[in-house]
Write a protein that binds this ligand. Structure first.
Ligand SMILES: Cc1ncc(COP(=O)(O)O)c(C=O)c1O
Length: 355
């Protein structure tokens, strides 16, 4: 849970390297597994059979409850979304996609095209194939969906957008609308997934199933791995998707070790418990305008300037936090191994810096 700087000062990490560190920095089993793999074989291309990919697929099926979904491995979140969108377009033979205001899906060409931030879209990324709707407003989706929409892509909880939860009711309505229109429902669980919300995938609170789910960040505790989980009814055809580095031996070893540690210590449950503990402590705090979140993905919208509060947390109290500037929100996305002791330390520090 801690980082140490060049002068030996220790910092409590409630940011987890942007929600990436799921099982803690330098976790012992994880370090051992990657080191051992490196001395066997670090990389060979997908031109050979890599059994570690199957081992990982089975572990993810078990952890997620998506027991029959297939797995395609890549190297980042943007790449996972890029492939998910491409797959939906291949499968439906359609070319449009619906995204949401406030969404962030990454910086590669399609991923950035469905991201609601023109400042990071180069002219070549701009396309009229993307239709926009409002999160938690099904009528706005109905207005734009038609028989040329390959996919709706939505974050289970918007992260960069400031911890905005896609409500259970909205996800149910979206699922129904997608099924009616033959449109693929892609749920991005890159930041809110992998146990962070207190369920393996945040959308599992709603009971809906996605056609395609994307993962990255916490999946390998900092080793660059992204993943696409795919409904078995979508047939894989040779040449549809491909990658050189995706699913490499080291990445798989890192992801397998992470999955094992997650299961061993029951960190999904810990995320639910510690998230509830944190929310309970912050509820009704006089400095907080709005408190949003599920599990260990928590947005604290403050009355005062959140960036100033963060600075004081970092420099005076030695606590790392995240930020969503558009909505003046401190974002907490800590490692899932956090305990009450660290939460108490944060709450005390937050009290102090907001006095
Ligand atoms: C919800 C979501 N999707 C996709 C991405 C892109 O992931 P990457 O930076 O690994 O490409 C991010 C990154 O912050 C994200 O938060």
């Amino acid at each position: 849970m801690e980082l140490t700087d060049s002068e030996g000062k220790k910092y409590l990490d409630l940011y987890g390297g942007h929600g990436v560190i799921s099982i803690g920095h330098c976790q012992e089993d994880y370090v051992k597994a990657i080191t051992a793999q490196l001395s066997k074989i670090g990389f060979y291309s997908n031109s050979v059979h890599i059994p570690l990919q199957e081992e990982l697929a089975v572990k993810l099926q078990k952890l997620s409850g998506y027991s029959d979904y297939k797995l395609f491995l890549v190297n980042s979140g943007a790449e996972a979304n890029e492939n998910a969108l491409k797959l939906a377009s291949f499968y439906t033979n359609r070319s449009k996609v619906i995204s949401f205001h406030g969404a962030f899906f990454g910086r590669t060409s399609l991923a950035v095209a469905v991201t609601d931030n023109p400042a990071i879209q180069a002219p070549i990324n701009k396309t009229d194939k993307v239709l926009w709707a409002n999160l938690n407003d099904i009528e706005s989706v109905k207005k734009v969906i038609d028989s040329d929409v390959a996919a709706v892509i939505v974050e289970g909880i918007q992260g960069v957008g400031g911890v905005q939860i896609a409500s259970d009711e909205f996800l149910k309505q979206l699922r129904e609308l997608c099924t009616q229109n033959g449109t693929m429902l892609i749920i991005d669980e890159i930041q809110c997934g992998y146990g962070r919300s207190g369920k393996f995938f945040s959308h599992q609170y709603s009971g809906v199933k996605a056609d395609i789910i994307t993962m990255a960040k916490g999946i390998a505790n900092g080793f660059p791995v992204g993943a696409v989980m795919i409904d078995p009814n979508i047939p894989a055809k040779f040449g549809m998707l491909g990658t050189t580095f995706g699913g490499n031996h080291l990445g798989c070893a890192a992801a397998i070790a992470t999955a094992d540690v997650m299961a061993k210590y029951n960190y999904v449950d810990n995320a639910a418990k510690m998230g509830a503990y944190l929310m309970g402590k912050l509820k009704g705090h006089k400095a907080i305008k709005d408190l949003r979140g599920r599990g260990l993905m928590v947005g604290i919208e403050t009355f005062a300037d959140a960036s100033e509060i963060r600075k004081r947390l970092l420099f005076d109290e030695h606590i790392f936090t995240g930020f969503s500037g558009g909505v003046n929100t401190i974002r907490l996305i800590p490692p899932l191994c956090i305990t009450e002791k660290e939460i108490d330390r944060f709450v005390e520090a937050f009290d102090k810096v907001t006095k």
